[in-house]
Design a protein. Structure first.
Length: 399
């Protein structure tokens, strides 16, 4: 399950009518389930999509989707993911999976329901002397219809560009929500505000509640047997496996922040990328998506850095990247960049790195019989849905 899968076929519609599943949103709703065929930990984009595809491909088998927070979880990586599909991010051999993911986004995961997906070009910018790509254009030509984007940078330092006119921007949190809703309509159960702990043969579930002093406590604990457990908890997934079952994994994680650049963008402004930094037009400004250079060591706690001695909310690695690009993109040196005073002021989340590599595609791995780890990682925007479908199809074939 680590290499590219064949082009996934469109998931067939269930042939039999289904009774809608159930949602347990809080501890006031009694939960008595003690067994299921499939149990998915994590209702982010990867977990919710895998749950949906399992309900489509194996409609006769029961499924429980478990999420520690709400839907979508506001502290998870899915809700902060950049949501940029681009052909520029497709590794060799993954073209079919990327195109299928694009079709699923435009078709709202095959349901035809509306999802806010915009066809917004991505323009990648390069310094003088770049000849790695045959389709390079002069930057002023590539951005002729987007003067607001052209005003952010210095064309003399970034004179060359290539454009992906088929790029999409979307909200991964909306994908997660829609996939979970569809899975429930096809009979899946969803258990929210529940922390999962892996145990042999299933999962121990700790249902959480908030006291009147705003403390999160365990209200009750219940063990559920599961034929197959899919861990799709993002960067926390490998830790769940190692802590619960003692199985070592080779995967890593990195902390990614998303600073805000408060300069005008419009509905036709393309997404920009240079030096690994993506500037995604969003909410009238730009969300900055820094490059990921390496995994963060175990035990690392994100903290803010300092710029000319002044404390900021951007960690040192992000600051170094932005300072290195300020000559080519002068807008980064202006007052539009939100630095914050501590890391709490700049949105960020832990991101899984499949195989510990920043450039690795999404991955599904069988760690033990009946236990699968599903990781999205940095390329989840372009390949994540195909990876989730590939695992669901594999499990459905096993019967």
């Amino acid at each position: 399950m680590t290499g590219p899968e064949p082009h996934p076929a469109q998931a067939p519609a269930p042939s039999l009518p289904h009774r809608a599943g159930r949602v347990w949103a809080h501890v006031g709703q009694p939960f008595h389930e003690d067994a299921c065929d499939f149990l998915v930990i994590g209702a982010g984009r990867m977990g919710a999509a895998c749950a949906l595809y399992l309900r489509q491909l194996a409609p006769g088998r029961s499924l429980l989707l478990v999420e520690e927070g709400g839907l979508p979880n506001e502290e998870g990586a899915t809700i902060l993911a950049p949501g940029v599909w681009t052909a520029h991010d497709i590794p060799a051999g993954y073209g079919a999976q990327a195109e299928w993911t694009r079709e699923q986004l435009l078709g709202a995961l095959g349901s035809g329901k509306a999802l806010e997906v915009e066809t917004r070009p991505l323009v990648e910018l390069f310094p003088p002397g770049t000849d790695a790509f045959p389709d390079l254009l002069p930057t002023p030509d590539a951005l002729a219809s987007a003067p607001d984007a052209l005003a952010l940078l210095d064309p003399a330092r970034l004179p060359l560009a290539r454009t992906d006119p088929r790029a999409l921007t979307y909200r991964p949190g909306s994908v997660s929500l829609l996939a979970a809703q569809q899975a429930i309509s096809l009979g899946a159960g969803l258990l929210l505000n529940t922390r999962a702990e892996l145990v042999p043969g299933g999962v121990r579930l700790h249902r959480l509640t908030v006291t009147n002093t705003h403390q999160i406590v365990v209200h009750e604990t219940r063990q559920v047997r599961a034929g197959v457990v899919i861990v799709a908890a993002g960067a926390a997934g490998p830790l769940l496996v190692e802590q619960g079952l003692g199985l070592h994994t080779r995967h890593g994680r990195a902390y990614r922040q998303f600073p805000r650049l408060n300069l005008p963008s419009g509905p036709h402004t393309p997404a920009l990328r240079t030096g690994g930094l993506t500037l995604r037009p969003q909410n009238g400004g730009y969300t900055l998506v820094p490059a990921i250079h390496h995994r963060d060591p175990h035990g690392y706690q994100p903290g803010g850095g300092s710029l000319t001695g002044v404390p900021t909310g951007l960690r040192r690695e992000v600051l170094e990247d932005l300072v290195g690009l300020m000559d080519a993109v002068p807008a980064l040196a202006g007052g539009g960049l939100e630095l914050g005073r501590s890391s709490a002021d700049v949105p960020g989340a832990w991101l899984a790195l499949p195989g510990g590599r920043p450039d690795a595609p999404p991955q599904a791995e069988e760690l033990a019989p009946g236990l699968h780890l599903l990781l999205g990682g940095p390329l989840a925007d372009t390949l994540g849905l195909a990876a989730a479908h590939g695992l669901a199809a594999h499990l459905a074939r096993l019967g």
